[in-house]
Design a protein around this ligand. Structure first.
Ligand code: HEC
Length: 113
């Protein structure tokens, strides 16, 4: 099992998806299990608690052909995601300060003079 996951992680690391994932013991498991069908950006752009992450996994298993993940690995993945991609963290960078935003042309709707 270790060996198989090592190969998976190696393959996925070669595709360059690792940079956004925080360090943690379950990081290779996430790379191995969660980058096969979609970008890890889809994972790192979401936030939630353990319940959210487990439900997301169950949803993919029920509707998207996600395989059954051995429960030890699944527990580690869910704990990792709930810790590092927890609800309340920024899901994206904050908006630019108003003074830093580029000027946009005014819409020509007759109401902006
Ligand atoms: C067998 C394929 C497959 C694997 C493996 C897979 N997913 Fe997905 N996942 C999907 C599909 C398909 C979608 C929907 C994609 C879309 O909306 O573009 C999705 C969507 C998501 C979403 C977005 C859900 C939403 O509400 O928009 C998250 C978060 C996610 N996956 C996390 C994970 C995690 C974490 C893992 C690893 C445990 C994983 N995925 C592994 C198929 C997979």
């Amino acid at each position: 099992m270790r060996h198989m996951l090592g190969c998976l992680a190696l393959l996925c690391a070669a595709s360059g998806y690792t940079s956004e994932l925080p360090e943690g013991p379950a990081k290779p498991l996430v790379i191995g299990h969660c980058s096969a069908c979609h970008s890890l950006d889809l994972v790192t752009s979401q936030r939630g608690d353990a319940d959210f992450w487990l439900k997301t996994i169950r949803w993919m298993q029920a509707t998207q052909n996600l395989w059954v993940i051995p429960s030890e690995q699944e527990d580690a993945i869910v704990a990792y995601l709930a810790t590092h991609l927890a609800e309340g963290d920024f899901a994206r960078r904050p908006n630019l300060a108003v003074e830093l935003r580029p000027a946009l042309p005014k819409p020509d709707n007759g109401k902006n003079d």
